[in-house]
Write a protein that binds this ligand. Structure first.
Ligand code: UTP
Length: 473
């Protein structure tokens, strides 16, 4: 029988959660050990307040009185041309010096996609079925070849998908990347609550645990030793992106260069919103700090506020593409702690009943708490916001079909490639709405920018693509 200390039992009891031990005595030794290690990792003292604030009550996001739209560097600001050229040069210099790394958050559960394996292993390529992970790996390889540098890649998983993710990379020989430049690390978990504030259990020997949100990234970097490795490697800038967006530039020299030139701690890409209620977080200002208000929390009268020229006042949407200075992550996580605010998500959570039987609910029966990385923005001394072109860099794969889906993502990949080829003089077949009437994939191992695309077209002698053709270059 595994020993569980009286002190731990007292902490669990004081938190009003003693039901988690109700099957302990009937478990095998290994199962007891498993449950015990989960229970030891829970911060029991914080649970009563969390349950009261976020579960039993429904938390409301307070909108600051002084909330104002955030300003940002515009893509096509002629007055910025010189500054952008300087930023390009600085970003490329930093790359060549090996001072930029990539960071992908891949610990999510991808429930909307309904794909059982880690999302990064999803075959997103419209022609080749290349996976999301291969997109990023190939882009990193191309950039490191182009600038003759190494670009370490940090990949955050959850405890649930860590082994499957690493095994996938091993099975594909790390996609040609040097193993020393890859660093997998695991984010924390959070136990799920029933609607009454009691913790749910997924079996007699396990709490219902789920990843603690991408807000767990910064502390997980510290705790895993990733931050130490960055320091040893001389990394200064961390290029952060989500696992579901194959269009993302794994490193944008201009964006990274601007962060360095402006001496900012955090940079975030901005998309100009297509309408007041587009489902993107809104970049705002309060008390001189940059913050994001989720689309569901921004009051309609603010979302619809317009400038004299008819443009939206709150026009800066977030595609979750950031750059962080390493010093900022060091500063925030010094002392090995950082707790960003929690956000509540109501979910259907399979859990055991008092008889120990697993029940799959038809309706939401519980609450998961997650923290979000964008809540770290107000903690930065200086944030720069930089507009990106959504057609060039944002194709999130959240669902199978419809908005932000595999379908829309594949179309956007083809459309972007069509634009690149058309700019090099290749004839592209078009649909009535101007979209490309072909499926076109370009290997990111070969092309990371327009100059690469021109070289590829010259080398292949490609002149035209036929209507409906599937082309993999
Ligand atoms: P999403 O908010 O899209 O969540 O994550 P998800 O879990 O992938 O998908 P759904 O909501 O269940 O359908 C945005 C990014 O943050 C990462 C995801 O892997 C994705 O890259 N993420 C999310 C984490 O790394 N950890 C988390 O705990 C949550």
């Amino acid at each position: 029988m595994a020993e569980i200390s009286a002190e731990l039992i007292a902490r669990i009891t004081a938190a009003g959660q003693q039901h988690v031990l109700r099957f302990f005595d009937e478990l095998s030794y290994d199962d007891q050990e498993n449950l015990k290690s989960q229970l030891e990792a829970v911060n029991w003292e914080s649970l009563p307040a969390l349950a009261a604030e976020y579960v039993v009550k429904r938390p409301e996001t307070a909108i600051p009185d002084d909330l104002a739209p955030a300003g940002y560097f515009r893509i096509s600001d002629a007055g910025m041309a010189k500054r952008y050229a300087e930023a390009d040069a600085r970003g490329i210099e930093l790359l060549k010096q090996g001072k930029i790394c990539c960071l992908t958050v891949a610990g999510g559960q991808g429930t909307r996609l309904g794909f059982d394996a880690p999302k990064g292993t999803y075959p997103i390529g419209p022609v080749s079925n290349r996976t999301l992970f291969e997109y990023f790996a190939s882009s990193i390889l191309r950039l490191s070849e182009k600038y003759n540098c190494s670009i370490p890649w940090y990949i955050m998983t959850s405890p649930i998908n860590r082994a499957a993710t690493e095994n996938f990379f091993k099975a594909h020989n790390f996609f040609g990347l040097a193993e020393k430049d890859l660093f997998f690390f695991t984010q924390g978990t959070m136990p799920a609550f029933g609607l009454d504030g009691k913790l749910l259990m997924s079996s007699k020997s396990s709490l219902a645990l789920s990843p603690d949100g991408h807000g767990g990234t910064l502390l997980a970097l510290r705790r895993s030793g990733a931050l130490d490795k960055m320091k040893q490697d001389g990394t200064e800038i961390v290029s952060y992106f989500q696992v579901d967006n194959p269009l993302v530039p794994v490193v944008s020299p201009r964006f990274a260069g601007l962060l360095a030139l402006e001496n900012a701690e955090v940079g975030a890409i901005v998309l100009s919103k297509t309408g007041p209620f587009e489902k993107l977080g809104n970049f705002c200002m309060s008390c001189g700090r940059t913050m994001i208000i989720e689309y569901s929390d921004l009051p309609a009268e603010l979302a619809e506020k317009r400038n004299a020229d008819g443009s939206l006042q709150y026009s800066a949407g977030s595609p979750a593409i950031h750059v962080f200075s390493r010093n900022y992550i060091e500063r925030l996580t010094a002392g090995n702690s950082l707790q960003l605010p929690w956000h509540r998500a109501d979910k259907k959570i399979a859990s055991i009943n008092d008889a120990g039987e697993l029940c799959t609910p038809a309706d939401n029966n519980g609450v998961k708490l997650e923290s979000f990385i964008f809540d770290a923005l107000p903690l930065a001394e200086k944030v720069i916001l930089f507009e990106g072109d959504r057609n060039e860099l944002f194709a999130p794969t959240k669902n199978l079909t419809g908005v932000d889906s595999v379908e829309s993502c594949r179309r956007m990949i083809s459309d972007r490639n069509a634009r690149r080829l058309a700019a090099c003089g290749v004839d592209i077949p078009r649909n009535a709405d101007g979209s490309c009437n072909a499926e076109i994939e370009i290997d990111p191992r070969l092309v990371c920018d327009d100059a690469d695309a021109a070289a590829l077209v010259a080398a292949t002698g490609l002149k035209a693509i036929l209507p409906g053709q599937k082309v993999a270059l």
